[in-house]
Design a binder for this molecule. Structure first.
Ligand SMILES: Cc1cc2nc3c(=O)[nH]c(=O)nc-3n(C[C@H](O)[C@H](O)[C@H](O)COP(=O)(O)OP(=O)(O)OC[C@H]3O[C@@H](n4cnc5c(N)ncnc54)[C@H](O)[C@@H]3O)c2cc1C
Length: 457
């Protein structure tokens, strides 16, 4: 066999890449291909922050391939048309691809398979590239997927993981196959100022630093808002510049409670993927309908705008929403609090919040965003669907000194310690000194409205 095509999608790396390894083992030459897919852009996933991170990833992948004698081929258009075209130009016998999880990824696989077969070529789909454990690899006896995390995790932990693969030494690309110019992030506008850099090299640097340092204290510190002591690896997992299989192996080798807690979070990622793979409609429809008649009147729309812009009058909510805008990323505790606030305290549809997150999050991901939103809204897999997080008590617990709030809400810089979480308690001139809004809703009123809506009063 002479030539194989490797279609890169959410796996923009050279280390631990089973499709690339299989292609190199079977062929003399390989075409590493990325298709800027019009359907993905058209579906609203082409947010500036993610496009910028993607541009970094593609350039870095190209650089890595060039160091090994190859290069990346970029095309844009319909993914199936482009793959068939490139396969024909290169006279390739087969195409390798990582298994995807969304309904769209499944349709893409099916369309690709039939189009390639019609041309006499084969498609090979590789599992455990984008997830550590493949969706459907572990299932309960009565269903095609786990609907509750804890039993899923018990099975997930016991699954045998394949070994992680090294990066290839050399890659030979047929000269006849041309590429479009690779994008750069400088061509894009509307980016978050503090957006992280993408690419496998950057991801591996972060991973090594994390394994040497932060992971040890992860169990104790992952909820510390000001400490910002989580791995920040989510964009690298989203774009696949890091392999989840390699991460699990490396964390387990590091060992200790921090590493165990970190591996458990990686299992959450797989958990959501297996839910979405089995229930693709959960990207837009309630996983478990609760009969909600979400608010959408003019007052609700104004409140949503205050939430989006970080002007709700609840400092920890506003801090988190501003972090999202500034970095294209938000601390997990912030995501939980802002999602609870929108869906429960304001009683606004989770899809409104999920859409806003997807416009900004660099790790914005259809499975993990939509299903975490559903979890928090109580329409997903949470076994306590009616719990409501109180932003004041949570702020005092996870930002006890108020440093996180002061970092992102500079109007309140003058308030020391935990007092920063309740500026409405100030009186008269003291209150007037702070150009910061009053709360848009009383927490007790929001709670009562939500309980009533869910038939819990
Ligand atoms: C409303 C809401 C929306 C979210 N949207 C996304 C999203 O679009 N993309 C995304 O990757 N994560 C999402 N998360 C999950 C989580 O907040 C982020 O993965 C995490 O904050 C990323 O930071 P980190 O890499 O430092 O995480 P760490 O705490 O270091 O965790 C390590 C990795 O585990 C995975 N992980 C951690 N928590 C979760 C979780 N609850 N669900 C699934 N995977 C998890 C991530 O891949 C993460 O990078 C969302 C959570 C909520 C509550």
């Amino acid at each position: 066999m002479n030539v194989s095509v490797v279609l890169f999608t959410s796996d923009l790396r050279l280390h631990d890449h089973p499709p690339l390894r299989a292609a190199l083992d079977g062929a003399r030459q390989v075409v590493p291909l990325f298709v800027r897919d019009r359907a993905v852009d058209g579906a609203g996933f082409a947010a500036p922050n993610r496009l910028a991170f993607l541009a970094d990833c593609l350039r870095d992948l190209d650089a890595g391939l060039r160091e090994r004698g190859g290069r990346l081929v970029l095309r844009s258009g319909d993914v199936v048309d482009q793959v068939c075209k490139v396969a024909a130009e290169a006279d390739a016998d087969e195409v390798h691809l990582a298994a995807g999880v969304s309904a769209y990824a499944h349709r893409r696989e099916q369309r690709l398979r039939s189009a390639l077969e019609a041309d006499g070529r084969r498609l090979h789909v590789h599992e455990t590239v984008i997830t550590a454990v493949a969706p459907g690899a572990v299932t309960p006896s009565s269903s095609d997927h786990f609907a509750v995390f804890t039993p899923y995790f018990r099975h997930w932990e016991r699954e045998h993981l394949r070994d992680a693969l090294g990066a290839p030494r050399g890659v030979r690309v047929p000269e006849s196959v041309g590429s479009e110019r690779l994008p750069t992030r400088t061509e894009l506008s509307g980016l978050s100022q503090g957006l992280a850099a993408g690419g496998e090299e950057e991801g591996r640097k972060r991973l090594m630093a994390w394994l040497r340092g932060g992971i040890t204290a992860y169990e104790d510190r992952h909820d510390d808002l000001a400490g910002d002591a989580t791995s920040h690896l989510s964009p690298h997992l989203h774009f696949g510049t890091l392999s989840p299989v390699e991460l699990v192996h490396r964390a387990r080798r590091t060992g200790g409670p921090g590493a165990e807690a970190f591996v458990r979070q990686l299992a959450w990622r797989d958990f959501h993927y297996q839910v979405l793979a089995a229930r693709p409609d959960a990207a837009t429809a309630d996983y478990r309908g609760r009969g909600d008649r979400w608010r959408s009147e003019a007052a609700a729309r104004e409140e949503v705008e205050a939430w989006r812009t970080g002007r709700t009058g609840y400092p920890v909510i506003d801090a988190a929403m501003r972090q999202l805008r500034h970095e294209g990323w938000m601390h997990n505790r912030g995501r939980l609090l802002t999602a609870s606030f929108l869906t429960k305290t304001l009683y606004v549809d989770w899809r409104v919040g999920a859409r806003h997150f997807l416009e900004l999050l660099v790790d914005g991901d259809v499975a993990n965003n939509q299903l975490n939103w559903q979890w928090m809204a109580g329409t997903g897999t949470d076994t306590r669907p009616n719990r409501v997080l109180n932003p004041v008590t949570q702020a005092k617990r996870y930002d006890p000194d108020g440093a996180y709030v002061r970092r992102w809400v500079p109007e309140l810089e003058g308030l020391r310690g935990a007092a920063v979480h309740e500026p409405w308690k100030l009186k008269g001139l003291d209150r007037a000194a702070y150009d910061y809004p009053d709360p848009i809703v009383e927490l007790a009123d929001g709670l009562a409205r939500f309980r009533h809506a869910r038939g819990r009063d």
